[in-house]
Design a binder for this molecule. Sequence first.
Ligand SMILES: Nc1ncnc2c1ncn2[C@@H]1O[C@H](COP(=O)(O)OP(=O)(O)OP(=O)(O)O)[C@@H](O)[C@H]1O
Length: 465
Amino acid sequence: MNNQILVIDDDQDLCRVLSNFLKKSNYEVDVAYKATDGLELLRSNNYDLILCDYRLPDMTGVEALQKIKVLSPDAAVIIITGYSDVQTAVQTFRYGANDYVTKPLYPDELLVTVKETIQKNQEKNQVKSGQPIAKSSPGEQAQEPDSKFILGTSEESKSVQQYVDLIGPTDMSVLIMGETGTGKEYVSNSIHNQSSRAKKPFIAIDCGALPKELAGSELFGHMKGSFTGAIADKPGSFELANGGTIFLDEIGNLSYENQVKLLRVIQERKIRRIGGQKDISVDIRIIAATNENLTEAIKDGRFREDLYHRINEFKINLLPLRERKEDILTFSQHFLQLANHSLKKSVKGFSDEVTHHFLNYQWYGNLRELNNVVKRAVLLTSGDLVPTSALPEEISRPRPTSATDSGEPAEDSHTLRSVSGEAEKQAILNALEVSRYNKSKTAELLKIDRKTLYNKLKLYNIQDY
Ligand SMILES: Nc1ncnc2c1ncn2[C@@H]1O[C@H](COP(=O)(O)OP(=O)(O)OP(=O)(O)O)[C@@H](O)[C@H]1O
């Protein structure tokens, strides 16, 4: 059966074009112009993929994503966003988005992203349900570049690799910290592959995307009849990962109740299914990741200190891409090869000007954003080298740096100040929305302290929610 896609976007022309194009590529497509209509369709249909606009008339992108995850936890979600929103849209990965595409949409690029996302998500779902993954035939694999993953060449990446080599073979719990898209899941996978557990399952759970009501059952399993909808006994991820490694991404989002259960698994190596009467022993290595400051979460009473110490036997900090510039060059070349392969192009490299822009851009979405920018640029390049015109304006003509970007005061010219002030106000509003008006999280997202945030809320007359 063809894969089913739901497009949620208030731009009716875009929906029509997208729908026709995807149907021609053998997908079954439904469209909704409002989030509420899309959610209604999710109640009665099973979609493999949801393409959801970041700005909808009746809901914020984050709100829509959270509701989608309750109704269709196993479907993949790609966020459609304008480049001006990328900085905040990339934060949706904390809530379970699989990828994003930027407007204007290009059919070839979209098709590659849709295909890859559905495939990766189906593989993830298969692992989560304990089914073996079918490998592609050797003939298909021969055309793939050697590996989709490479090592960074910066000093910072080299030392991360040394840590991975060092702790990989042990059974230590590891906490990986880093902004979205810095490669936390990739590093976690390498640790697993270096361990004696390598032949056993590696199960990645996105705690940020787990709806509160389903999290316990997803992690620990349930017995038939233990709650409405529990129509059969079901093992949880901990049981399925037995003998292997479980990767708990965005662990800070786990509810307090599930933190207690997790602590028990770590201490006693036992789980109990929801509604179950007996304990089940599990042999699991735990790797957790977060892009929020857990010590702040402990102070705020949102995260248990004892659990923090248990998962933090070894900590690996992945720096943002903008702080390891050598990697920008290494990874952009690598992503160029991947894009050439998937788009059937033969672009050789980047113009000096493009390299200059890459080195000076902030890359809030880190490697994921760099990958997407390179993919789009390769698509738009007809010569040997990627020209500046193939970059989004936000990268080729960056706006004046605002106080939120650098931590420095904005430029001291009246006009510039008002321009960057507007950008700063918008960035604060976006961050408030993403963090659901939690001030600590907002300050963290913006990389300013809480006091500065309060001053700025006052300065820009932003209402307290
Ligand atoms: N070592 C690597 N080699 C090649 N690509 C990489 C590497 N690490 C990360 N990437 C690219 O960046 C994307 C994001 O990586 P990953 O999912 O590991 O980041 P993350 O920090 O776990 O993100 P999030 O916090 O949003 O879940 C990957 O899908 C891949 O395209």
